[in-house]
Design a protein around this ligand. Structure first.
Ligand code: ADP
Length: 347
């Protein structure tokens, strides 16, 4: 299978400052890719480049093997982006939804197609008559998404689609995304802070950090707030369930810092003994009871990623097929996640 996108040595600048630098990345058609990372890490910039709304300062982005600078208008029209704050025409919902079709000169069966996409985003047929003025934030997102879905895009790019919507809108957006991939083979790229939502919809996630791509499979992000214990050079996070994490303050920059822990600094305890990646240098605080939610094959041969939800957060660890068998690791199994606090990086 040929790749849909290939990024080679891409660099993007704002005012001479590099905000995105990606040596290599490929994406297969039909993927649903999540892009995560803190504010300002370059997610929107990456999405705009993949929508060919801007050109990289250096490097190339290939779409189906064609250099992005040479793709045709026709190909570009197969890629549609829903920005974080979508703009609606000051007209009714119907006019907004058919706008893209109209500019493509496609006027066939408009009524039934509008009804279909409204249904896909969980809105009733009568909604077509609503004025743009009468929509809530979640409805604006859904109408704007319907206006993209009616085009049956080859690539659908969503920038923070659930940022300002309620739970039922987030669910409708998820279902519409899965439908588009299933029925039309649409490839979907989604930047979001909504980790739980992304987990349910994406089959692959990448993480951006200050414009650099990290392998999301192997980095755990632990957000603050943190309490400082300057006398012993440590910071503490207390989870609502009473669990406590204590980390080294080295490189820490404020109570809202995000701690990054590589998969190697986490291990699993099963029963009374240490499990994978065991390390004897661990403070008693950093033990979080949880449950294995998934075992995934890594892109690296023979290596598996164990996902554990503990203290309401998702943690990722690395292991081998052999250890999965010996330790009896399986989804649903209760385990303890042990954090080795010495390998923290702060963001
Ligand atoms: P994210 O989507 O992860 O929040 P962005 O891609 O929006 O990140 O931004 C990446 C970096 O580029 C940030 O440092 C941001 O301040 C900067 N940036 C984004 N848009 C502009 C712009 N129009 N002019 C100058 N700098 C920008």
């Amino acid at each position: 299978m040929g790749s849909l996108y290939r990024i080679e040595d891409v660099d993007f600048h704002y005012g001479g400052r590099s905000v995105l630098s990606i040596p290599e990345f490929t994406l297969n058609p039909g993927s649903i890719l999540g892009v995560v990372g803190p504010n300002g890490s370059g997610k929107s910039t990456l999405l705009r480049l993949l929508a060919f709304m801007a050109d990289p300062a250096q490097g190339k982005i290939f779409f189906k093997g064609v250099d992005g600078r040479k793709i045709t208008l026709q190909q570009r029209r197969n890629i549609t982006i829903l920005p974080q704050e979508p703009y609606l025409l000051k007209r009714d919902v119907y006019e907004n939804i058919i706008y893209g079709l109209k500019i493509r000169g496609d006027r066939q069966n408009l009524n039934s197609r509008v009804t279909k996409v409204l249904d896909l985003v969980g809105l009733p047929e009568q909604f077509a008559k609503r004025s743009w003025r009468e929509l809530s934030g979640g409805e604006v997102q859904r109408v704007a998404l319907a206006a993209r879905l009616i085009l049956r895009p080859e690539v659908l790019i969503l920038d923070e689609p659930t940022a300002s919507v309620d739970v039922s809108s987030a669910q409708s957006i998820m279902e519409a995304v899965l439908y588009a991939r299933h029925r039309w083979g649409t490839t979907v790229l989604i930047a979001s802070h909504d980790h739980g939502w992304l987990e349910q919809v994406c089959d692959q996630q990448i993480m951006l950090l200050r414009g650099r791509l990290l392998d999301e499979e192997v980095v755990n992000m632990i957000p603050g707030p943190w309490m400082e214990q300057a006398d012993c050079g440590r910071v503490i996070k207390r989870y609502p369930g009473g669990e406590i994490i204590t980390l080294s303050m080295q490189g820490y920059n404020g109570q809202d810092s995000v701690a990054l822990l590589p998969a190697e600094s986490l291990s699993i305890q099963i029963g009374g003994h240490k499990g994978i990646n065991s390390d004897s240098n661990i403070s008693a605080d950093n033990i979080l009871p949880g449950r294995i939610t998934a075992l995934r094959e890594s892109r690296r041969k023979e290596i598996f990623i164990v996902e554990v939800v503990a203290a309401g957060s998702l943690f990722r660890l690395r292991t081998t097929a052999n250890r999965i068998e010996i330790e009896g690791l399986f989804p649903g199994r209760r385990v303890k996640v042990i954090l080795n606090c010495e390998h923290v990086r702060w963001l």
